[in-house]
Write a protein that binds this ligand. Structure first.
Ligand code: ADP
Length: 390
């Protein structure tokens, strides 16, 4: 049974075709620069990669190209082979406490949340509509980045701002990376053999967020109304006093939108180091003695440790810390620095295991709080949701 997992951006379309229930990836690909004459379509299958450049005017054409490519390369014999499509949708607000089978009403509801995710939800809708046109009889399911965090209680998700902002405009913490946090927490429960485990997930990629999970439910997370809140990331500042907006706007004669853009795109690793948003560059330059690269790393580690301490207290204990995503899965030096920063919790690193990659425990048997690497897989999580709801 073949399921497609789709992630549509404003000018891109990423997909994976999975065999279910075995969860094997049959093909994956990407259409980039949609809307341009030199759009690129890349298709990967059977260890092979083919790439073509051509004009692709819109998402409808992109979807057409993808389905045609799958048939031409004999990955599917006809469109009927695809029995469900799962779409990543960034913002589900308070409407979606679960993934949803898409119909006209669901599309309207997703559109109604566009104020809260102006860059993402309209793009996600474009992808959904394009697939609905090409595969009108196939069930399409929306899987939201926010759903997993809908279990947070009010003390965790409300800002201490005028309550009417929440009532009138939905101003609150929603949290993101929910599909990843859910996938990883389900796997952690299996590895710990404990459905009631208290865990903290560090999803550390270009975008990064932490999630406190108690008995399989998200009880707090570091991202907020938007993915800008929380820990410093590749290019995002994470938490910052909002007064900075006014001060920089005044000093540099910029609009608030421009300063926000600085906080989203020119801060974090990139802003502090002045070198790069990529952790590999930061660590290399840090080891070459660059002070600002070291600072970029150390500020992130400190802020992550702050959250871990806070979640430990909030949950009243901790069984495991989990590392996932680009940095979490690949950078032993970052994992070690974070675990050392929260050593007081009773953590003993297994240095040898921490140098390796792939799913594993990276603390010793005696460590009071355990730590694991668990590679995330948002596409598989989306495909599982499709199987559950189609
Ligand atoms: P996102 O999906 O948020 O764009 P990723 O999860 O791909 O980001 O993570 C990107 C980050 O992970 C970068 O900072 C990069 O340096 C780091 N990273 C990715 N792959 C590796 C790797 N093989 N080794 C070390 N770091 C990696």
């Amino acid at each position: 049974m073949k399921i497609m997992a789709v992630n549509a951006g404003s000018s891109s379309l990423k997909f994976q075709l999975l065999e279910m229930p075995s969860e094997d990836v049959i093909a994956s690909g990407l259409v980039e620069r949609i809307g341009y004459y030199n759009a690129v379509f890349t298709l990967k299958m059977n260890g092979e990669k083919v790439s073509t450049t051509q004009e692709i005017l819109n998402h409808k054409e992109a979807v057409h190209l993808v389905t045609k490519g799958l048939i031409d390369h004999k990955i599917i014999s006809s469109l009927d082979d695809i029995v469900g499509v799962g779409h990543r949708v960034v913002q589900g607000g308070e409407i979606f406490k679960n993934s949803a089978l898409i119909n006209d009403k669901v599309i309207e509801q997703i559109k109604s949340l566009s104020d809260l995710a102006p860059l993402h939800n309209p793009a996600n809708i474009t992808g959904i509509e394009a697939f609905r046109k090409d595969l009108p009889d196939v069930p399409q399911i929306a899987v939201f980045d926010t759903t997993f965090h809908q279990t947070m209680s009010e003390d965790a998700f409300l800002y201490a701002a005028p309550y009417e902002w929440y009532q009138n405009y939905g101003v609150r913490k929603y949290g993101f990376h929910g599909t990843s946090h859910q996938f990883v927490s389900e796997r952690a429960a299996v590895l710990l053999d404990n459905k009631k485990a208290k865990i903290i997930i560090c999803h550390l990629g270009n975008g990064a967020s932490l999630c406190a999970v108690d008995s399989g439910k998200s009880v707090d997370t570091s991202m907020g109304l938007t993915p800008l809140e929380g820990i410093p990331m590749g290019t995002r500042s994470g938490n910052i006093d909002p007064t900075v907006l006014m001060l920089i706007s005044d000093k540099e004669n910029k609009s608030y939108a421009e300063v926000l853009d600085d906080l989203n795109k020119r801060s974090g690793f990139l802003g502090v180091s002045g070198i790069s948003n990529d952790s590999r560059d930061i660590l290399r330059e840090m080891e070459n003695g660059n002070h600002r690269a070291r600072l970029a790393h150390e500020i992130q580690v400190k802020r992550i440790a702050d959250y871990i301490g806070s979640y430990y207290v909030y949950m009243g204990g901790l069984d495991a810390i989990i590392f996932t995503a680009g940095i979490g899965e690949n950078e032993g030096r970052v994992r070690e620095a974070i675990l050392n920063a929260v050593k007081v919790l009773g953590i003993e690193i297994d240095q040898e295991e921490n140098q390796k990659r792939g799913e594993r425990m990276i603390t010793t048997k005696n460590s009071k709080v355990k730590a694991f690497i668990i590679p995330t897989n948002e596409e598989v999580m989306i495909a599982r949701e499709v199987m559950r709801l189609k």
